[in-house]
Design a protein around this ligand. Structure first.
Ligand SMILES: [Zn+2]
Length: 326
């Protein structure tokens, strides 16, 4: 399985890596490698910045969800998740603070942040979703990518939910966002947890995810961008990692190996052949819970007359008659 790989790891500078997979989850060719120096997983070779821009601007949401604006049950799910995130981050922000959400999607997090009294700004590369958030929800969502904008240091909180793994250069992306934080401001990053066991081994690899992080590489990514790690924690089911970083003027760390991380991840990789995934009780518990949740989301979302009504209910602005609780 191990083989010579060309290309440099953007996190530690190593040229040594082992092949994790030669296929995407749809069966098409896609090489994903694990860096010997730090344990960062990455697609090799990666698409050019121009290819990525075109993909996310026009195609991504359509390819991924078949839509140019979110379905109602997606809004319901995203609104619930946004509420949980705001509760978890409540120590980091106060009414009046400026908050930036990068990769704002349908704007659910921003809508609820604004309802909580913050100044909410978003960046969203997909023109359909950015237009929906702006025109239907009245949010300050700018189309494009972080490199298309330059805010200067004005935000108390910058959030990046399931975005970092899509960036052509995650380190450069974090450096840019760090420059938009006020002193003492925080950057919150959520990514899929590469150590998560309740996912079919082959389903982890698809061409939109250019990088795969565990807590050690996510933390190092922030340190290399000149941010101070505050915490890194997996979600309750282990599927998602959330890291909080603070801007306190620390010098960016140099490109160095992350001792033992490749060995740790390679061992985990060898311990999870597909048959073990199918035989694990946790796999079936996770699948059943997901199906139940999706059914309930579809049914609950139908009770609301509009996407905005779902968000207003989650923001505590009253629930339309017959809509019930979300
Ligand atoms: Zn590396």
């Amino acid at each position: 399985m191990q083989a010579e790989v060309h290309g440099e790891c953007p996190l530690c500078g190593s040229h040594d890596a082992a092949i994790l997979s030669r296929r995407a989850r749809d069966g098409s060719p896609l090489t994903t490698v694990l860096c010997h120096g730090c344990g960062l997983g990455r697609v090799e070779p990666r698409p050019s910045p121009a290819e990525l821009t075109a993909f996310y601007r026009d195609r991504y949401r359509l390819d991924y969800k078949g839509l140019l604006r979110p379905a109602r049950y997606h809004v319901l799910r995203a609104a619930r998740l946004a509420r949980e995130r705001i509760q978890r981050l409540s120590d980091l922000i106060a009414p009046g603070d400026a908050v930036l959400d990068v990769g704002a999607g349908g704007g659910e997090f921003l809508y609820l942040v604004r309802a909580a009294g913050c100044q909410a700004t978003g960046i969203e590369p997909n023109l359909g979703y950015a237009g929906y958030a702006r025109d239907e929800l009245g949010l300050d969502v700018l189309p494009g990518f972080p490199e298309d904008h330059d805010f200067g240091p004005r935000f108390r909180l910058v959030t990046l939910f399931h975005v970092l793994e899509h960036l052509a250069d995650p380190l450069e992306g974090l450096r840019r966002l760090a420059g938009w934080l006020l002193p003492g401001g925080c950057l919150v990053v959520e990514v899929p947890n590469f150590e998560f066991a309740c996912q079919h081994p082959a389903h982890r690899f698809h061409r939109a995810h250019l990088f795969h992080f565990n807590s050690a590489t996510l933390r190092r990514c922030g340190e290399r961008a000149g941010l101070t790690p505050v915490s890194t924690a997996p979600s309750e089911d282990g599927g998602v990692l959330t890291a909080i970083f603070r801007m306190d003027g620390a010098a960016p760390s140099p490109p160095e190996p992350v001792a033992g991380n490749f060995e740790r991840l390679w061992k985990l990789e060898c311990e999870r052949p597909p048959i073990r995934y199918w035989l694990a009780p946790a796999t079936w518990r996770h699948t059943a819970a997901r199906l139940l949740r999706m059914t309930e989301e579809h049914l609950s979302a139908r009770r609301f007359p509009s996407r905005r009504a779902i968000l207003d209910a989650r923001a505590g602005r009253g629930t339309p008659a017959g809509a019930g609780r979300i």
